[in-house]
Design a protein around this ligand. Structure first.
Ligand code: ADP
Ligand code: ADP
Length: 239
């Protein structure tokens, strides 16, 4: 089943430079796809067009049968509960605890930053703990996020993105700030937990070897255009 269609997508932030040009691809439910390309190729912009963190200039993004570009505000909110995001710099709230950050991912902005935990039910906290356990960080649940290592913070980021059980998770350079050991831990977790939960994954990476190790399919972007889209093992034959 097709979960995402990107059709003739074009994006520019200002009239002079076209950041994405006629980008076309489809992603089936359950796929784990890496997007590779040098810095400035347009990888982040592509992910931001998919959940409409930036406006689309040309073409269409169809996610789960919805035309993302034409959604109204309340429909957009619903769309984003079905699309989790994982960032290079984790984007956690540093002075909140791990469990508060995770619960934010699901129930976020109905709360104030004070006394968040008291607003959640035992059942909601239990769900958060199940994820923290899977990622091996439950012992840190009540620590502030700024006391954790980068790799641990990214595991919190994964929990926060997945607690809402999205259909798709967009990962923007999830390991670019991590050392090789932590990178492996993060990619292993990301792959296994999204597979287990049946969540489709689009991952921006600049390391080709990592993309080849973890994904069956790679999309190569260069200067805003797709230059490769196919099975990982065919990548080198084409370059
Ligand atoms: P990548 O993720 O592959 O490094 P980006 O999508 O971040 O690529 O950037 C692609 C191009 O778009 C770059 O030339 C960058 O400078 C430009 N760009 C990114 N974000 C903005 C923005 N908010 N305003 C203007 N230009 C931007
Ligand atoms: P990354 O490649 O990790 O996304 P960048 O340094 O390219 O990091 O971008 C950091 C932030 O600055 C992003 O939010 C991006 O949208 C914004 N940005 C990048 N290039 C430009 C630009 N030319 N003009 C305005 N904002 C930009």
């Amino acid at each position: 089943m097709t979960l995402l269609q990107v059709k003739g997508l074009g994006k520019s932030y200002n009239s002079e430079t076209q950041v994405l040009k006629n980008v076309d691809f489809e992603v089936n439910a359950g796929e784990f796809v890496s997007i590779i390309g040098p810095s400035g190729a347009g990888k982040s912009t592509l992910l931001r067009c998919i959940n409409r963190m930036v406006e689309i200039n040309e073409g269409k993004v169809i996610f789960d049968n919805a035309d993302v570009g034409s959604l109204k505000k309340n429909e957009l909110r619903k769309l984003r509960t079905n699309i989790g995001m994982i960032f290079q710099h984790y984007n956690l709230v540093p002075r909140l605890t791990v469990i508060e950050n995770v619960l934010h991912g699901r129930f976020g902005y109905k709360t104030t930053l004070q006394g968040i935990l008291g607003r959640f039910t035992e059942e909601e906290k239990e769900r958060a703990f199940i994820l923290l356990k899977k990622l091996g960080i439950e012992e840190h649940a009540y620590k502030r996020c700024d006391q954790l290592s980068g790799g641990q913070q990214q595991r919190v980021g994964i929990c926060r993105a997945l607690i809402q059980e999205p259909k798709l998770v967009l990962c923007d350079e999830p390991i670019a700030s991590l050392d090789p050991n932590s990178s492996k831990v993060i990619m292993d977790h990301l792959k296994s937990i999204t597979t287990e939960m049946g969540i489709t994954c689009l991952v921006n990476l600049h390391q080709v070897e990592v993309a080849q190790d973890y994904s069956d399919r790679i999309i190569g972007l260069r200067k805003g255009e797709i230059v490769f889209d196919g099975p990982s093992k065919q990548l080198h034959e084409n370059q």
